[in-house]
Design a binder for this molecule. Structure first.
Ligand SMILES: Cc1cc2nc3c(=O)[nH]c(=O)nc-3n(C[C@H](O)[C@H](O)[C@H](O)COP(=O)(O)O)c2cc1C
Length: 371
């Protein structure tokens, strides 16, 4: 069932940042509205947390991945509504503006968004209905580091027993930066996240590889330099690498072989890229370079599940020990279970959680009562 989303796609990113979150997430913050939530929808903390995620124990190895939780208020609300591993949106070492409004649109897709279908244009549509797939296009904006450091520190303090706060970084080739400066920018950002108290740090490698046409995760040499620089900086804080869907098995094998021994976890998948047009066949999102955007939600579940299964096989083959954070199209408790059974150590939901703030609570009702 779709509820009022906690990120409102009819408002700009800046309005969401200032006024959000919305719907049930807002009710957790405003004490006079807290009574509107059914008591069993608020945090369920009975007994001891059983699931080990690195050196932490959580009640449910489930969370919201980087993106929809724009600032500390969003992260705190997610914690209050049973998401035990919320991840603060991807940040940069300096402030960067967001792409123009709109940033989220519903997409018309029959069945799975296969890579073949993603090579053709997709149509944006009005209204958000199940089974929901959307496109999102923000350009990874960021506040200045003092703002996100303060927010993350606050959320870490807000988390209760059995909950941890994760955060995500993306390096930037700021004007005048050399390749070496760019690699260091990832490490500096990760260091600032650690300083703020983030308990898991993710490097968003599913972003454009600056200076090339591809994504960083498809450039194993550069990804290795980034992972090593971050590891040197953050020491024993767990490091995840976020990847896109790998169509080519040999590329994935190479990535896992080289990176799987350096990092603590691999997080997959990010969105699947496609050209998105409106009814008239024109780019659905305004502004230069926005014909292509990332599709997520229901239609990409097949790809997330496929990556989890392949990562699990490769982990066994190389005898590595990284954790698998799986996601893509997790819309309901059954999807959570499918990911868990496929081998995900932790399951994440962005689109599903945005339109169902009670998703973690629903999974807890189903799973925790059985363990
Ligand atoms: C509104 C929104 C913003 C996102 N922003 C980011 C981001 O900043 N960094 C990132 O690594 N992924 C970002 N993503 C991608 C999600 O983390 C996730 O990988 C993707 O949406 C697939 O999961 P889903 O099908 O559950 O949405 C964003 C997704 C959404 C819906």
């Amino acid at each position: 069932m779709l509820h009022q989303p906690f990120f409102d796609p009819t408002k700009s990113y800046e309005e969401n940042w200032k006024e959000g979150p919305f719907g049930a997430f807002a009710s957790t913050i405003n004490s006079s509205e807290r009574s509107r939530l059914r008591s069993d929808e608020l945090l369920r903390t009975e007994g001891e947390p059983k699931y080990k995620v690195f050196e932490h124990k959580v009640y449910l190895p489930f969370g919201i991945p980087a993106g929809p939780l724009l600032n500390g208020r969003f992260v705190d609300a997610a914690l209050d509504l049973n998401f035990d591993i919320p991840m603060h949106k991807t940040v940069r070492t300096r402030a960067k503006a967001c792409h123009p409004f709109p940033n989220v649109l519903a997409i018309e897709i029959e069945g799975d968004l296969t890579m073949e279908k993603a090579s053709h244009q997709l149509k944006a549509k009005e209204g958000y209905l199940a089974p929901l797939s959307i496109t999102n296009s923000f350009g990874n904006p960021s506040q200045d580091s003092d703002i996100w450091q303060r927010d993350i520190a606050h959320s870490v303090a807000h988390a209760r027993k059995g909950q941890i706060v994760a955060a995500s970084i993306e390096g930037t080739k700021w004007p005048g930066y050399s390749d070496a400066d760019y690699i260091q920018d990832w490490a500096i950002g990760a260091g600032l996240l650690k300083e703020a108290g983030a308990q898991i740090i993710e490097a968003n490698l599913s972003c454009p590889n600056e200076g090339t046409t591809s994504l960083v995760c498809f450039d194993v040499n550069r990804a290795r330099k980034i992972a090593e620089a971050i590891k040197n900086k953050i020491g024993n804080t767990p490091l995840l690498l976020k990847t896109a869907y790998f169509s080519d098995e040999e590329n994935l094998r190479h990535f896992v072989k080289e990176l799987g021994k350096i990092v603590d976890g691999i997080s997959s998948i990010n969105t699947i890229s496609a050209e998105v047009v409106n009814e008239k066949g024109q780019p659905a999102l305004p502004g230069e370079g926005r014909l292509r955007s990332g599709v997520c939600g229901h239609a990409i579940k097949w790809a997330g599940l496929d990556m989890v299964k392949r990562l699990k096989k490769l982990r066994e083959e190389f005898n590595y020990h990284f954790l698998i954070f799986g996601g893509g199209g997790v819309m309901n408790p059954q999807d959570y279970q499918e990911y868990h059974q496929a081998g995900a150590d932790v399951v994440m939901s962005a689109t599903g959680a945005m339109w169902n703030p009670y998703l973690a609570g629903e999974i807890k009702k189903l799973i925790i009562s059985k363990v």
